[in-house]
Design a protein. Sequence first.
Length: 225
Amino acid sequence: MPTILITGANRGIGLELTRSFAKDGWRVHACCRDPERAKELRAVDGTVVVHPLDVTDGAAVAGLARDLKGEALDILFNNAGVYGPRTGFGKTDYDAWQPVFSINVFAPLRMAESFAAHVARSDRKLILNMSSVMGSIAEGGSGSYIYRSSKAALNMISKTLSVDLAGQGIAVVAFHPGWVQTDMGGEQATVEVRDSVRGLRQVIDGLTAKDNGGFFAYDGHKLPW
């Protein structure tokens, strides 16, 4: 049975990813901070194991890695993320930068370092990081300095991991899920969660070793760094 670990699995894209993979017969290790409050996640049909996990807690991440020692993870999907203050130039909340980076940047690298061995022993050997087109320097826009810089940093981590882990046969890919109708995306977003996940699944299913180090949108087109 193919196996995936998803962070931030209790809502939005993470919850829909859990549903999608579970429906297709995957074993899903679904991680969130408070499983007791994650009623929708706990109600997902299929082989879903829900784990309490704060991705900013290094001891908790290491503990989960030990608990899953010996298990093969076909996909590690670093999905958990936050936006932070939605401010423009001149109104930056510098105290908020560290918490956003802890979740969007430090946590995916910590997860990769902790679970690379689990991924390496699998068949698919994929580490996927949920980024955003807002992290693309070439496509850069205005405002949201904290969020944009966190996703740009995540992109650099993704690219560097793709080099460092290639010798283990692991492919690392960053994704832009679209402007999705979630708590983060807001009501004005243009992409429904199911459509985003449906597109992501199609891209994921087609990934090969040649895509290592790539940055893709949910509709399959490659994005510039």
